[in-house]
Write a protein that binds this ligand. Sequence first.
Ligand SMILES: [Zn+2]
Length: 134
Amino acid sequence: MAKDENNKKKKSSRVIRYPWEVLEPVRRYLGERLATLEKRKRAVSEADPFRDKSRLDDNAAIDADAAEQVGHMQASAIRQVLDRSIIQVRKAMSMMKIGKYGVCENCGKMIDTDRLMVMPETTLCVGCEKKREK
Ligand SMILES: [Zn+2]
């Protein structure tokens, strides 16, 4: 147990690089996640009623118009969330490319491995994430 505590102290003071065997599955996961997100974004764009330009010419009932409005708002809200996730995943991937995966982009400290396991696309440590949310 004492040895474990020693290791922890060392870990927080210097940056360690993850070995290839650890990074490779993460890299694959991020690639798949990016593909899924982009597919979902395409699906949302296609479902957006405002994509259909002919609606400008038709004098459909006001009700239908309101429904389209709501549909469009939902679509763009979902798209915004997806966009943010896509940017995040891309960022994590490029951090990996330059050998900085797992390093907080704000303070430069190592991100907790438990945190990375839950959110492999994160590029901020817990402390910096909390600060950003405020
Ligand atoms: Zn940080």
